[in-house]
Design a protein around this ligand. Structure first.
Ligand code: IPE
Ligand code: IPE
Ligand code: MG
Length: 250
């Protein structure tokens, strides 16, 4: 990818040995971006695709282990039908257009959420993406779709209960790691850095279990304007933080 002059200056401030392993992003502000331009909301979603492409590229370039983008929450079904179907179409278009690039960059695609409740044509495109990148081991790129943090935990508990039934229904030995293995994110490290764009200071049901000790950075930038240098700025902020995990200063 092309690293621009501003990014180069920012890169000089980043310690390559203390990069986050996993960055998660709540991509927010598409609607407001469009409204400011007197465009329909969906124009903001479309413009957001460039931000996705840039973010995936710079994350891979930095050699991050995992990038997770929140694309559609369970609560987003409350939006007008037209907006929802536009988002679904955009997702399919993105996959079709970007799959080759993901493959070329050794990126493994993953979906977090109740995939089985998505429209069948979306599911089948997602399946292609999952299948064709399954052997890649460069970076895990997860897209949270029809995702809810609470339902994720409920789904995990259900699976655990089902497994327990086969050995007498005993859950008394249940521990955190057993539950983690049933989450949609099984096998991924917890996010080190959670970014939310558009200035909103809330979590909106995203990765509730996994962000227990995640550093949070909120930027006023609206998602369609988010670029490589903004991710780098987030990482610089992250590296200023002191992570104590409940302990004392090192
Ligand atoms: C984020 O942008 C995209 C999705 C939630 C799908 P929004 O559509 O929430 O944009 P705002 O928050 O209304 O500006
Ligand atoms: C969160 O954004 C969901 C995604 C980014 C996919 P929303 O715009 O839906 O969140 P709220 O409604 O402002 O909390
Ligand atoms: Mg929003």
């Amino acid at each position: 990818m092309v690293i621009n002059a501003r990014s180069k200056r920012l890169l000089a401030k980043i310690d390559p040995h203390r990069l986050p392993r996993h960055v998660a992003i709540i991509m927010d502000g598409n609607g407001r971006w469009a409204e400011r331009r007197h465009l329909p909301r969906v124009a903001g979603h479309r413009a957001g695709i460039d931000a996705v492409r840039d973010t995936v590229e710079i994350s891979r370039w930095l050699n991050l282990e995992a990038l997770t983008l929140y694309a559609f929450s369970k609560e987003n079904w409350k939006r007008p039908k037209r907006e929802i179907s536009f988002l679904m179409r955009l997702l399919r278009e993105y996959l079709r257009r970007e799959l080759e690039r993901l493959k070329r960059n050794n990126i493994r695609f993953r979906v977090l959420g109740r995939m089985e409740e998505l429209p069948p044509e979306v599911q089948s495109d997602l399946e292609v993406g999952l299948r064709e990148t399954a052997v890649n081991n460069g970076m895990v790129f997860s897209v949270a779709l029809n995702y809810g943090g609470r339902s994720e935990i409920v789904d995990a508990v259900r699976r655990l209960a089902r497994k327990a039934q086969t050995n007498g229904g005993d859950l008394s030995q249940l521990d955190e790691s057993a539950l983690e293995q049933e989450l949609y994110t099984a096998g991924l490290p917890d996010p080190d850095l959670l970014i939310r764009t558009s200035g909103e200071m809330r979590v909106s049901n995203f990765l509730l279990w996994q962000i227990a000790y995640t550093e949070i950075w909120v930027t006023p930038i609206l998602w369609p304007d988010f670029r490589q240098e903004d991710l780098l700025e987030g990482i610089i902020e992250f590296q200023k933080r002191e992570r104590r995990y409940g302990g004392l200063r090192a």
